[in-house]
Design a protein around this ligand. Structure first.
Ligand code: JFZ
Length: 421
């Protein structure tokens, strides 16, 4: 079994040894599917600065266009997302079948979506909207029964004079990064873990040059404040509670660690007006299945507009995923990576007594041929068939043959349940 194949994971995005098998992760291991939300001031320029399209991901516009703090900061005075509706956002995650939600409390641009006492550069103190986005989401997540986590950019902060990344306003050689971690990052993490109830995870990002001692002190700080709060592998120095793959990267084989793929529905994380490169709902469901079959979680992103609207193509795709999960969720939630790996036309997941075969490409003759499995197989039926009609099954030395219908029962992915008792 593979441990963190380098094509999908870098060393500093790893899971530390003590977290392997830790029951604090049990809810997360069962959840499989979460909603990522990238939202901040970058939704206002939405990929365009002074009439020019800025290439790259939307939330990086300040960096890509080298926008001085003095010009970027005033965006806050324009941020008035009157259509923001926490109940609607949380309800979309629920309809999609997502079990947790992770939102940018502070991204690399340094702007805080919540009321912070460490800076006035936040939603409550410097926007006309004046509402604490995280407080409203926390209340709705509690009401609708979904876990809440916070993305927090611990290394890069292009607004703070001592944060990493902004070399067009500040002299990098004069920065007190250690002081920034101690006197700014840690007190902000305290706010996030004190003022919003139980937080399921902190999603640190882009560790870059953070030292092992600094990563360790952030990890310990989180666990002291909320012992059950998970810390993602991007805290740096392979110290996470779970490993985080590269963005949109899915390892080619099953991975024997707790891991997650953060991913986009189009190409950008933060909203961009001109990004229409939407993945299809079928592609997204199959990516979810692929990831879960290899033992991972899928953290799938939306980038709401500056008004607070979730782009309709994202809504449609998430709802389609929810519809597939309504029928096939049993084969996803609480499952483990499957016993058959490496076949291009199907993926497998498993639970005690059950193996789930997710067929992407239904064979033209309706006959499913699988390699031999370890244990006995006593029956087969389609998960989408409420009557659980038994499918004809024959076992041979070199494998298993299942007689299915001539046409694919579900063109997205048809799940066959194999029972062993
Ligand atoms: C980071 C951020 O810079 C980005 O804005 C977004 O928040 C994303 C979720 O995370 O970007 C990365 C981090 C790691 C890789 C790529 C983009 N990577 O390892 O491939």
């Amino acid at each position: 079994m593979n441990t963190l194949p380098p094509e999908a994971f870098a060393a500093n995005r790893g899971q530390r040894a003590e977290a392997i098998g830790d029951p604090r992760l049990d809810w997360w291991r069962a959840a499989k599917f979460g909603l990522f939300i990238h939202w901040g001031l970058y939704a206002i320029p939405a990929g365009e600065w002074k009439g020019e399209a800025i290439p790259g991901i939307g939330e990086w516009i300040m960096h890509r266009a080298r926008i001085p703090v003095a010009e970027y900061e005033p965006l806050a005075a324009q941020f008035n997302p009157v259509k923001f509706d926490a109940a609607e956002w949380v309800s979309l995650a629920k309809r999609a079948g997502q079990k947790y939600l992770v939102i940018t409390s502070k991204h690399h641009d340094g702007f805080c979506l919540y009321k912070s006492d460490l800076t006035r550069y936040n939603m409550v103190d410097s926007t006309p909207f004046g509402r604490d986005i995280l407080a409203e989401l926390a209340a709705e997540c509690a009401r609708q029964g979904i876990r809440l986590g916070f993305y927090y950019s611990q290394t890069q902060d292009w607004h703070h004079p001592d944060g990493d990344g902004n070399d067009w306003d500040y002299d990098e050689s004069k920065k007190d990064f250690g002081g920034y971690i101690e006197n700014y990052v840690k007190p902000q993490v305290t706010e996030l873990l004190t003022n919003y109830g139980p937080i399921c995870l902190i999603w640190f990002d882009t560790p870059k040059g953070i030292s092992e001692a600094q990563s360790r002190s952030l990890l310990d700080h989180v666990h002291q404040l909320q012992p059950d709060c998970l810390v993602c592998g991007r805290v740096g120095n392979a110290l996470g509670d779970y490993a985080s793959a590269g963005d949109n990267k899915i390892p080619s084989m099953a991975v024997d660690a707790d891991w997650e793929t953060p991913a986009t529905i189009n190409d950008t994380w933060g909203f961009k007006t001109d990004d229409h490169n939407w993945k299809s709902a079928t592609d997204l469901v199959r990516k979810l299945v692929d990831i879960v079959s290899k033992g991972g979680n899928y953290l799938l992103n939306i980038g709401p507009t500056a008004e607070g609207i979730i782009p309709q193509p994202s809504v449609e795709r998430l709802e389609a995923m929810g519809a597939w999960l309504d029928v096939n969720g049993e084969a996803i939630y609480g499952s483990k990576r499957g016993p058959i790996q490496g076949l291009p036309w199907c993926r497998t997941t498993r639970k005690p007594g059950h193996i789930y075969v997710h067929v992407f490409d239904w064979p033209a003759d309706g006959t499913i041929r699988l390699p031999a499995l370890d244990g006995p197989v006593t029956g087969a039926y389609l998960l989408g068939d409420p009557a659980r009609t038994a499918l004809p099954l024959s076992q041979q030395n070199d494998g298993l043959i299942i007689g299915g219908p001539a046409a694919a029962p579900d063109p997205v992915a048809s799940v066959i349940v194999l029972t062993s008792e």
